[in-house]
Design a binder for this molecule. Structure first.
Ligand code: KIV
Length: 272
């Protein structure tokens, strides 16, 4: 889909090159057209249609119930914003855990039907074959290591990963694997900042941190978290840049009181 000619659509290769130039990469999640337009206007580099969708938009407790149909609908909505940012869609649970062929079919649908530029999938060595197959289909892949939310049942909760020499070495090996397979970037989530720094220095592709400290090559936050729209537990790494929940609540109270007191609509806001 054509993007604004004033801001040509970024490619996955453009994002990889940003690391070489020492440019920090700005990533936010987006799930619908109007918010994607606003984020894009503000100049983000990547709009990530995360499967966090399940928790912040659809009201699930985890990302596990998110389906490929959910991701297709919301990814297409973000692409309809015609952003200059690269649009990356998460591959939801069970779309790449069976066979490489299933993984290619799911990634292919996200590209063909929703129009995304790249897909993201969680895991390193355990999804090597799936990443290889998707890349063979010429679809750019972003990796995701550390606290991988689709592993919540196995991890026994959302816990910081990569603590201890062995866990750190496994992460390092996975990061190098993603680089060698040809991923264009990787998310590092929920790991100590020193480990994230070591990984970022060890690979030539960009690392995008979330709860991984300041030494990554870019940062990502979830839309509802950074704008103060998600009212659940707030992890330490979430910085709130606005209190939209508070603003929406006061606007709603003002509207309700205007309706109840007969102040809305005025005659000026009515047709003759
Ligand atoms: O689903 C998501 O939004 C993500 C980001 C938090 C990286 O995977």
């Amino acid at each position: 889909m054509a993007s604004d000619p004033a801001r040509p659509r970024r490619t996955a290769a453009d994002v990889t090159r940003m690391k070489g130039r020492g440019e920090k990469i700005v990533v936010l999640t987006a799930y619908d057209t109007p918010s994607a337009r606003i984020l894009d206007r503000a100049g983000v580099d990547i709009l990530l249609v995360g499967d966090s969708l399940g928790m912040v938009v659809l009201g699930h407790e985890t990302t596990l119930p998110v389906t490929l149909d959910d991701m297709l609908r919301h990814s297409a909505a973000v692409v309809r914003a015609k952003p200059g940012a690269l649009v990356v869609a998460d591959m939801p649970f069970l779309t790449f855990h069976t066979t490489p062929a299933d993984a290619v079919r799911a990634a292919g649908r996200l590209v063909q039907e929703a129009g995304v530029d790249a897909v993201k999938l969680e895991g390193g060595e355990r999804v090597r074959g799936e990443i290889e197959a998707i890349l063979k289909a010429q679809i750019p892949v972003m990796g995701h290591l550390g606290l991988t939310p689709q592993s919540v049942l196995r991890m026994g909760g959302y816990r910081v990963q990569g603590r201890g020499a062995n866990a750190e070495d496994v992460l390092l090996a996975d990061a190098k694997l993603l680089e060698s397979l040809g991923c264009f970037a990787m998310v590092l989530e929920g790991i100590p900042w020193g480990v994230a720094q070591r990984l970022s220095e060890a690979v030539s592709i960009p690392t995008i941190g979330i709860g991984a400290g300041p030494r990554c090559d870019g940062q990502v936050l979830v839309f509802h978290d950074f704008l103060g729209l998600h009212e659940g537990l707030r992890p330490k790494f979430v910085r709130r840049y606005a209190d939209l929940a508070g603003q929406i609540e006061s606007a709603t109270r003002a509207f309700a009181s205007d309706v109840r007191e007969g102040r809305f609509p005025s005659l000026d806001e009515s047709y003759e």
